[in-house]
Every structure is written in C-alpha cells, then in structure tokens.
Write a protein that binds this ligand. Structure first.
Ligand SMILES: Cc1cn([C@H]2C[C@H](O)[C@@H](COP(=O)(O)OP(=O)(O)O[C@H]3O[C@@H](C)C(=O)[C@@H](O)[C@H]3O)O2)c(=O)[nH]c1=O
Length: 183
C-alpha cells in the first residue's frame, strides 16, 4: 500500500498493492489494520455505498452536517472520475481550498476524505461505478452541500458545462458563502 499526502491535511491518497498474474489481478480494496498503520488514521467505517453514473454526471458537492459528518474512503471500480474534496473545517489553514484527483479502474487509487469536507465527483468515462466507505450512517435530514460551480471555490471539473448532468437536489445547493463551516 502506497500512501501519498495531499495539500489538504488529513486527505490522503492510497494505492493498494496489486497482484497481477495470468488470471487477471487481485488487490485488497480495504484492510483495516493496513489502513490504520499506513495512514495513522483510526476510523470505524459503518456503511458501504456504490453508485453507477454515465459521462458528465456530477454528484456533489455533498456533506452531512455536525454530528452526522462522514469521513469517506472513495474509489472507482469501473471507469474514471474526477474526484474533488473541499475543506470546510472551521479554522483550517486550507479552509475553502480543494483538491481534485483522477480515480479510475487502472490506477486503483483511493482517496480518504475526512469529516469536515464537502465531496463530489464528475464521471469522465462512458460509465463509472463509484464505491465508498463511510464512518457514519446516512442521515437524510443532515444532508447538505455546495453548488459545484461556486465561484469562490472555482473548481475545474474538466467537463464542459453543457455536458454536466446534476440531480435536481444538486442544482439548488447553497453557495460556499452560505454554508456553515464544520466544527
Ligand atoms: C447517499 C445515500 C443516498 N441514499 C438514497 C437517497 C436517494 O433516494 C438516493 C440517491 O441519493 P443521492 O442523490 O444523494 O446520491 P448521490 O448524489 O450519489 O450522493 C452521494 O454523493 C457523493 C458525492 C457523496 O459524497 C456521498 O456522500 C453521497 O452524498 O439514494 C441512501 O439511501 N443512502 C445513502 O447513503
């Protein structure tokens, strides 16, 4: 397992060791002990999620508020996405900053997104299966988010605006300035 720190403290890229042979390939997509030892992060994941999206589908930017906040370990099983995490932690020196990383079924990269981040992705391939672990349960009443094209955040989603597909819910998310910081 390779670990790469990012510009945002607590956001870590993980690259599992892949064992390829003439049958195909194998890797451990999650091993709690390896995760904790290699990242130094202690979590208790309680929910696994999976979504299927077609090209241009943008899910985000999402987070759950306060005590319902979720850390996520995200990856792509099939296809390719541009994954984005935005720091919304009160007092963080990178508050309002974001990172973006290409996750696909070739690089097998995973991104750990701590609590206190808004998270989203856009699908770059024809289809993408996105999978993630969460350390807190889904709570509909605590759902919140930030508009993907917020001008303060200024995220380059790499997909032309006219090809981006959003849910009705994501079309009316608040702007960054309207959102309360985490913590
Ligand atoms: C996220 C979630 C949704 N749902 C339901 C609610 C709704 O009817 C349907 C689709 O939900 P959404 O449109 O919110 O799904 P989606 O837009 O894929 O939401 C996800 O986006 C990514 C970027 C994240 O970071 C996740 O935390 C989550 O917010 O699934 C659950 O039952 N459990 C869950 O954990």
């Amino acid at each position: 397992m390779e670990i790469e720190k990012t510009a945002l403290e607590g956001c870590v890229i993980l690259k599992p060791t892949v064992f390829a042979d003439d049958r195909g390939a194998f890797f451990e997509s999650f091993n709690q002990s390896v995760f904790e030892i290699s990242t130094g992060i202690s979590t208790n994941f309680v929910q696994d999620n999976q979504s299927l999206s077609s090209f241009g589908v943008l899910r985000g930017l999402h987070f759950q508020t306060e005590e319902f906040a979720q850390a996520k370990l995200v990856r792509v099983i099939k296809g390719e996405v541009l994954d984005v995490a935005v720091d919304i932690r009160k007092g963080s020196k990178t508050f309002g900053k974001h990172i973006s990383i290409v996750l696909n079924d070739k690089n097998n990269k995973q991104l750990f997104v701590p609590r206190g981040f808004a998270h989203g992705f856009v699908t770059l391939s024809k289809q993408a299966i996105f999978a993630y672990k969460c350390d807190n349960y889904y709570q509909r009443s605590a759902e919140s988010g930030i508009l993907y094209n917020d001008t303060t955040l200024n995220i380059d989603w790499k997909v032309p605006t006219n090809e981006i597909k959003l849910s009705d819910k994501d079309k009316i998310l608040p702007t960054f300035d309207q959102v309360e910081a985490y913590g």
